[in-house]
Design a protein around this ligand. Structure first.
Ligand SMILES: NC(=O)c1ccc[n+]([C@@H]2O[C@H](COP(=O)([O-])OP(=O)(O)OC[C@H]3O[C@@H](n4cnc5c(N)ncnc54)[C@H](O)[C@@H]3O)[C@@H](O)[C@H]2O)c1
Length: 253
């Protein structure tokens, strides 16, 4: 794809799952790819496989090193690293804080570092791996749902604020994707995500189609558009429907 060939691309959380699929696809399209992951071995393995550059570490603090590795310019930044922080209002404060840090603040910090360069150049692309939970909500996972709403809100804010200055933003909002994260979501994931789960490569396909069509909202599960409309059109009816799923989950124990 023309806009990606030769581009300097950073993908966070790319040691496995969706991030690895994005990194592979960007490399296959001719981009130069920085593979970031907290797990240095996983980042190194994916980087070696695709001819990319491994920059291990916390997604919140790697923009400078990634920029250097790409020769001074980042063209595309994929804020993909995320935590499936489950639990209710009673989840530990540390769980809430870490979910905010990785699922939201890492995006804010990266944008803060990248925007001066992008605005000066008049171009840049920020890809946020949000989740359908950022548009709807996830049963049994308050920290995840709330922080993914935050990630979506931030992507939306970036897009409406800087689109006339050359910034492209994509919010990728899949439901279940067959990765280690999905495998770890337990009975709620089994009930609401597993039946329609897709492969990580399908998320990369949806992103590339969205890039080609210049769309902000990327829905690898197209049916999410209908759920999102239903939520906006009649919140109480939508909440009643979601509560039925909650009760089914409780009954399944
Ligand atoms: N799998 C799903 O069903 C699904 C659905 C919707 C959205 N998502 C989102 O997609 C993204 C990727 O999820 P996945 O399913 O591929 O997960 P995954 O757990 O398979 O992979 C995530 C990777 O991120 C890394 N990581 C975690 N914290 C990090 C940090 N602070 N800095 C750098 N790397 C870090 C992990 O080591 C791991 O390799 C997440 O943001 C997730 O919320 C996943």
């Amino acid at each position: 794809m023309g806009v990606v060939r030769g581009a300097g691309v950073v993908v966070t959380g790319a040691g496995g799952g969706i991030g690895a699929a994005l990194a592979r696809r960007f490399a296959a399209e001719g981009a130069r790819v920085v593979v970031n992951d907290l797990d240095a071995d996983k980042a190194a393995a994916v980087a070696e496989e695709i001819g990319g550059i491994a920059v291990p570490g916390d997604a919140s603090s790697i923009v400078g090193e990634a920029r250097d590795a790409l020769g001074g310019t980042v063209d595309v930044y994929c804020a993909n690293a995320g935590l499936a922080s489950g639990g209710s209002e009673a989840a530990d404060e540390k769980v809430w804080a870490l979910a905010w840090d990785v699922n939201v603040m890492a995006h804010v910090r990266a944008a803060h570092e990248l925007l001066p360069e992008w605005l000066e150049r008049g171009s840049g692309r920020f890809v946020s791996t949000v989740s359908a939970a950022g548009l709807l909500t996830m049963i049994g996972a308050a920290p995840y749902s709330v922080t993914k709403h935050g990630a979506y809100a931030f992507a939306e804010w970036l897009s409406l604020t800087y689109r006339h200055r050359g910034l492209k933003v994509h919010a990728v909002c899949p439901q279940g994707v067959r990765t280690d994260m999905l495998a770890g979501t337990g009975s709620a994931g089994d009930l609401v995500l597993a039946p329609t789960a897709i492969e990580p490569e399908a998320v990369a396909d949806a992103l590339f189609q969205g890039i080609e069509e210049d769309r902000f909202l990327i829905l690898p599960h197209p049916e999410v558009a209908g759920y999102y409309r239903a939520r906006a059109a009649d919140p109480d009816q939508w909440l009643t429907g979601m509560n039925h799923i909650q009760q089914k989950w409780e009954a399944a124990g």
